[in-house]
Design a protein around this ligand. Structure first.
Ligand SMILES: C/C(=C\COP(=O)(O)OP(=O)(O)O)CCC[C@H](C)CCC[C@H](C)CCCC(C)C
Ligand SMILES: O=C(O)C1=CC(=O)c2ccccc2C1=O
Length: 299
């Protein structure tokens, strides 16, 4: 009985620390880049697809583990019980595990570059990783200046999606750049949502997140505009003939987008209630990206 009572919250903390749903932000750009490549060229290289997928998951694991390590140094995570460093008490173990994930992930991308005899993909992924480091690592810590969303947009959007397309085809595509704008915006929205419940801790640690800068009420308004923007963007790309009409399927994610905006508007200043909004944003990301890729496939 006692073991059960203690072990349940502990396992919940571990799940919160590992955050499995968050890994869809690494998977979906690979899906979309590959779907566009297949739709436009009929090329699908399974080995490259699986290698990129596993590498992306490992690189995101590095980003998240090293985030807990770097945040433990600034004191911002002192109340975050689900930080891997706080959970294990072993900062250097987490640091080296993170680096191991990064090295294996980058070796996967290097393998793709070697098969292709072309450094383009590894250079683009290295640039994305550099942005990921600058978000949280010393001496930059740009996330503390409120610049994380811009880095996130470029890393997961215009760097990653065209890199995936290139890994399949060794050419460029306007559609992959257009799709990368949508993927970049939705991924940055997840990061934006993750700040609403942390205002107090962020201010105490000197982190000027966008929500600290704007206030939670204005942040909720900005969220609505950016969330809404992805749907007209999709329509615009269809009207311009860049996307097939079937990509309108991504509009089926609208109920999640509406749920997200309503939830944040109602609870923006109540940390316990708003804290789950980043997972609603993950659902918007998942469904809109999945259906966008399906639209390319059918189209
Ligand atoms: C670690 C990230 C957010 C956590 O932020 P925060 O410290 O506010 O959260 P906690 O409260 O949980 O401490 C994500 C940061 C994203 C970053 C700006 C860009 C990452 C780039 C990737 C490493 C590139 C990935 C490429 C790959 C998938 C091939
Ligand atoms: O823990 C988080 O809050 C986030 C983790 C993460 O990997 C990620 C990736 C891309 C955008 C946002 C986020 C997070 O917010």
């Amino acid at each position: 009985m006692t073991t059960k009572q203690i072990s349940h919250p502990k396992s919940k903390l571990w799940m919160a620390a590992i955050k499995p749903p968050m890994y869809s932000v690494a998977i979906m750009p690979i899906w979309i880049g590959t779907a566009i490549a297949f739709a436009e060229t009929n090329i699908f290289n399974t080995t490259v697809f699986i290698t990129f997928l596993v590498a992306a998951i490992l690189i995101l694991a590095w980003e998240n583990m090293s985030n807990d390590v770097f945040d433990s140094e600034t004191g911002i995570d002192k109340n975050k019980h689900h930080s891997l460093v706080n959970l294990t008490g072993k900062k250097s173990l987490i640091f080296w595990l993170a680096n191991l994930c990064l090295v294996i992930g980058l070796l996967g991308i290097l393998a793709i570059a070697t098969w292709q005899q072309d450094l383009t993909v590894i250079i683009m992924v290295l640039l994305a990783c550099a942005l990921g480091y600058m978000y949280q690592g010393p001496p930059f810590r740009l996330g503390y200046q409120g610049l994380g969303e811009i880095l996130c947009f470029f890393a997961f959007g215009p760097l990653l999606v065209p890199a995936v397309y290139y890994s399949q085809t060794q050419t460029w595509s306007i559609a992959s750049f257009a799709a990368s704008v949508i993927v970049g915006i939705i991924t940055s929205l997840i990061l934006f949502c993750s700040h609403f419940h942390q205002v107090k801790d962020d201010i105490a640690a000197g982190k000027r997140s966008p929500i600290v800068r704007l206030g939670t009420a204005n942040g909720a308004k900005v969220l609505v505009w950016f969330t809404a923007s992805i749907y007209p963007f999709c329509l615009l790309f269809i009207l311009l003939g860049v996307f097939p009409v079937w990509t309108l399927l991504s509009w089926l994610s609208l109920p999640y987008a509406i749920k997200l905006c309503r939830h944040v508007q109602q609870n923006h200043n109540q940390p316990e209630k708003v804290s789950n909004c980043k997972f609603i944003a993950v659902a918007v990301h998942f469904w809109s990206c999945l259906l966008l890729g399906v639209g390319f496939f059918i189209g």
